[in-house]
Structure formats: C-alpha cells, structure tokens
Ligand binder design. Sequence first.
Ligand SMILES: [Fe+2]
Length: 197
Amino acid sequence: MEYIARKFDIPTLTGLSQKQMEVHLALYEGYVKHVNLIRAKIAKLKESDEDYAYVINELRRRFSFEFDGMRMHEYYFEQFEGGAHGAAETSALTQAATEKYGSWDAFISHVKEVAGTRGIGWVVTYYDPSGRTLHTVFVNDHELGQLAGLPIILAVDLWEHAYMVDYVPAEKSSYVDAFLSNVNWSVAERRMLEELV
Ligand SMILES: [Fe+2]
C-alpha cells in the first residue's frame, strides 16, 4: 500500500492567511511522499545483494520522523475543518480540562505556556484513558517525546514553517493565539468521545 495525502476543507481563517495554509499543506504532502519513499527504499535495499544493513537501520530510525510528520499534520489541519467553534460546557473534554487544569481558560493558558517552550515541535494534548486525565506536553520535531499509545486530542504545530508566512519568530505567541481562535473544538471533543466508548 501507499499513503495518500488527505485533502482538508479549510475555511478562511482569522490571522492565518491562505498563502500560509498553502505552503503548510504542501509541506504536509512532502511528509506523505517521504513516508512512502522511505518504505520503498528500505524494501529495495533489502532486495540487494550488497550489505546495506547500516543504511537500512538508519532509514528505520528516520521512519518515525516522516510518519509522525505526516500524521501530526493530519491532526493539525482537520482541527480547522468546519470553522471556529467553541467547546461545549458539558462536553467530556471540557469536564476533563476543568478537572485537570481548574477551568477551560486555565487549560488554554496552559497550552499557551507549553507553546512558549523554546525549539521546534508541537504542543500536544492527550487523553489518557487509563489515568482518565489529560496531559499537555511539548513534542520535539514530530516524534520525540510523544506519549506512547495515548490518543491525541489537540495538536498545535510550533515549527516555524507553520507561521513564518504571516509572523516573524518573535511573534510565535501571536500565531498560537491565531491558531487557538480558529480551532473547531468539536473536532477535539469528537476525538475524546471516541476514546470513551
Ligand atoms: Fe507543520
């Protein structure tokens, strides 16, 4: 099989230009291409009579970067679909956020605080069905620091390519504000509900 880049129905956003989205979506498609490419290269090298074990090992190390780069962007872009929509006061997500962080606003403030981490990566909010709680962490690159097996509820891209068309690096917090103002929280609520059934 081959992975195929998903198409996203992204409306006009506030504070994030169409050009920014186009540049970012093209980059996402690059990850999909490289996921397929790295798998094909490994398969081809394995068929070779030459000893490419070291090369294959390094390609395998690289796979999680490409795969998570693909998958994290799918989480990211689908959060814009349907347009900005607040979280329902009675939703399981709101309840979990309030229980963990004290209030919805405190949860959002925490996301912004974690987003202030220096470096490129992601802010990811997970739901842990085992602990029945949310965890919000900083993930380096796309794959370093992910919490094993936990479903992703919110993914905020903090690579500079996510905002450099519209903002300079010193304006990262303005990008985070713009991102959060465009989130369709019903998407995050749906992800949460899928883990509760
Ligand atoms: Fe990105």
